[in-house]
Structure formats: C-alpha cells, structure tokens
Design a protein around this ligand. Structure first.
Ligand code: PMT
Length: 407
C-alpha cells in the first residue's frame, strides 16, 4: 500500500471524514458491523445503507445501534436521500460487494438507494467483492468488475482463504482493519496533487506506411489512462496525450489525441511547460517508414523493402530540458529481467523514476487490466505484486508525491 504511512498514519485522514458504507447481499455482510466499528474508531462520520439482499445477513437495528444514527433507506419520510448522501460523502465503500450488486452497478441501475447514490456521487467509490471463487471468476462477473473499473470505481481483489462454503480460495472480504486502512489511504491521497499540472503519455503510436497500414504495438492505453484517472482523482490538472485507443477518457482529464510519434512529441512538448509531473506510459514506435505512400500499396509477388527512420525519443528530449522542479517518470517495457535495462533508461533519459514491466509475463504489460511492476530510482528498487492497473497507478503517484515534496 501507500508509503505515505512512512511518516504519517493514513488512518489519520479518517478523522472527521464523511463516509457512506453500503452493505450488499453476501454472507460476508456479517463482517459489516466490524467494518462500521473500525471506521467509527478511526474518527469517521459514517452513514450506512443496506440493500434488500443484505438484510438477510445483518439488521438495520443492529447497525443503527452501532452507528448511533438510523440506517438510510429509499423514500424515508417520503423523499429519497440519494442526492443528499451522494453530495455529503467524501468516500463511498461498498463492503461487501455481491456479484448481483456489482452487475447492477455496472449497468447503471439505481433501484436501491446505494445504486442511486453511486450514479449521483462524484466522490471516490471503493468496491470490496466477496463471494465464492467460482462466482468471482465467472466471465460475466469479471466483465462487470472491468466495467466498474473503467467507470472510475476502485474494485479491490478479494482475499484468499476459507470461504462460506468451506472451500479455500479467492473471494474473502478483507478484515475490517484492512478496509479501514485502505479508506484512510484513499482519503489521504485525495487532494495531494491539488492543482498540480500532470502530463501523461498513453497508448501506442501508429507509423503509417500507407493510409491503411502501419507499424505499431499492442498498447491499449490502459496503463496511461489509469495514471491519468488516478492523478485527476487526487486533484491534479491532467493533460492526457493519447495515441489511438478505444478507451473512454477518464473524468476531469483534458485529452489530446495523436496518431504518430512525431505528433505525440509535438503535443507533449506543447503541454510540458504547464506540467510539474510527467508520466510516460506510451509505447512510442522507435521507427517510422521513411516514405508514406499516399494510396494503398498494391499487392505484388515481390518482396517489399521498407526503409525506416528513427523516431525522436520524446521522453529523453523533454527530460533533457529544464526539469529541476519537475518529476519525470518513464516506463520500461522489457521482455526479460528488467532492472539493468530500466536503470540504463533512467540514467540515459535523465528520469526520476522508471516503472519497469516484463511484457512477456501473463497478466502484465500490454492489453491486460493488471500489471506487475518494479519502481526504480537511482538508489532504490521496489517490486510490487501483480495488481490492477488502477492500483499500480496510485502507488506510482505515491512515489511521485514524495519526490515532489522533496524538490
Ligand atoms: O497501454 P497498455 O496496453 O496498458 O500497456 C502498457 C504498457 C506496456 C505500454 C506500459 O506499461 C509500458 O511499459 N509503456 C512503455 C513502453 C515503452 O515504449 O517502453 P520503452 O522501454 O521502449 O521506452 C522507455 C520510455 O521511453 C517509455 O516511457 C517510453 O514512453 C519512452 N519513449 C520511448 C521511445 C520513444 N521514441 N520515445 C519515448 O518517449
């Protein structure tokens, strides 16, 4: 988790924070009173709402007694409090999150108070799924997890261990103390980049041979978009220079779309003066065809020789200019042990950090929603576990914030 705990306890951010705890229909809802108690002990103000499914496992009376206020319901006293609660909450926790509720939330359904609050809130939303492994790993549930993440919600991987069925596996709700610590971290990060200009490069570049053919890479932009979303969530003014991708732009981010490396260089250069942080996750093609045909190249029964020119190294060029007050982060896509190459890039490109990923490892690198990275600086190397890209982004930003404070 965040190393903001190095000098301050992230739970300190809970004091006085306004949290909404949404409990949904999973047997793990029996842990909800523990979560509520833990959040209250941290000094948070907590409003609680239950879905209909959750009432089979916990009672509104018991939770109200712990919270010292009534559990919130749809149409209480003739009006629905969804807008009031959506605006009030600094943070929304869905714990446990059932497969059924995640499916509804991923479809934008608001037939329960919690669903309506999610549609109306602009505060961070954290989902803690809890269910049997077979259900969690079902393709439809995983599709819903992906949609929720693409919407900007944080969906945490469940823990491994003994499940309600008696089987061992993935699907347990984390312990209340862990959920409280995560909530504290998210709150502590909330405004730590407020007003800071952050420039992100994402996606592939395309180097056209003719109007319908190009040299490119499998990059989808997921890593860069996760960084942009995380920075915006922490209050940064984000410019996202994006190569071609099908992804929706994250909320609150200014997107500048480009196709080729030369265009990306131009767009990054234009945004550089306003940026105090530069995060370059784009997979820039190192070469471009020397000549671009104006029409589709006709098929022939002879070999076609293409002459390639080197593309500019965007990051090296930018980092080579005045960057004394900036933090510049590159990524290193490696196809084997990454450290030596990553360190060479750190040195030669003059970067503050390199985030190295082995793109041959299943679940890491191009296209997937997860990544396993090492964060490398001149004097440190930190190996992170396999995590959703949204989590990797937060952890990279934790390091960036620490470096900015030191500048
Ligand atoms: O988009 P996804 O599908 O989520 O995939 C994510 C990713 C694998 C693309 C990402 O995690 C990643 O590793 N991005 C960097 C890919 C890369 O080009 O690495 P590199 O080792 O070739 O380049 C090192 C650094 O220099 C990178 O920050 C790169 O953006 C930058 N560079 C490279 C070449 C160039 N001509 N100009 C550059 O600025």
């Amino acid at each position: 988790m965040s190393d903001c705990s190095a000098d301050e306890d992230p739970r300190a951010a809970l004091a006085g924070a306004k949290l909404l705890l949404g409990i949904t229909g999973s047997i793990a809802a029996v842990k909800a009173p523990g979560i509520l108690t833990s959040l209250l002990r941290g000094g948070a103000q907590v409003e609680v709402t239950l879905t209909r499914g959750a009432t089979r496992f916990v009672t509104a009376t018991g939770l109200a007694a712990l919270a010292g206020r009534p559990v919130r319901r749809f149409w209480e006293e003739g009006a629905s409090p969804h807008l009031e609660l959506a605006k009030w909450a600094d943070l929304v926790l869905v714990a446990p999150a059932s497969a059924d509720f995640m499916g509804k939330a991923a479809s934008g359904l608001g037939d329960e108070l919690l669903g309506s609050i999610l549609l109306a809130t602009r505060s961070p939303v954290l989902f803690f799924p809890a269910m049997e492994t077979l259900i969690y790993q079902h393709r439809l549930v995983q599709d819903n997890v992906r949609r929720l993440r693409e919407t900007g919600y944080r969906v945490f991987e469940p823990a491994r261990g003994r499940l309600a069925s008696g089987e061992e596996g993935l699907g347990r709700l984390p312990e209340p103390g862990e959920i409280t610590a995560i909530a504290g971290e998210v709150l502590a990060r909330r405004r730590d980049l407020a007003g800071v200009g952050v420039l992100v490069g994402a996606g592939p570049t395309r180097e056209h041979l003719d109007p319908v053919r190009f040299i490119s890479s499998p990059a989808t932009g997921k890593m860069g978009y996760a960084l942009a979303a995380a920075a915006a969530g922490r209050g940064a003014k984000v410019v996202l220079v994006s190569g071609p991708t099908l992804l929706e732009p994250p909320k609150g981010v200014e997107v500048r779309r480009v196709t080729s490396a030369v265009q990306m260089r131009q767009a990054m250069g234009a945004a550089w003066p306003e940026a105090r942080v530069v995060l370059m996750a784009a997979a820039v093609a190192d070469f471009r065809p020397a000549q671009v045909a104006g029409h589709k190249i006709k098929k022939k029964d002879a070999a076609l020789t293409v002459s390639l020119l080197p593309n500019p190294d965007i990051l090296a060029e930018l980092a080579g200019t005045d960057r004394s007050a900036r933090v510049v982060v590159g990524f290193a896509a490696e196809t084997g042990p990454a450290e030596a190459e990553a360190r060479r890039k750190l040195r030669e490109k003059g970067l503050d950090l390199v985030v190295a990923n082995d793109v041959t490892e299943p679940g890491a690198g191009f296209e997937v929603d997860t990544n396993r990275v090492s964060i490398i600086s001149v004097d440190r190397r930190e190996d992170l576990p396999m995590l959703p890209k949204a989590e990797v982004a937060e952890l990279v930003l934790d390091r960036v914030v620490a470096l900015l404070r030191a500048k």
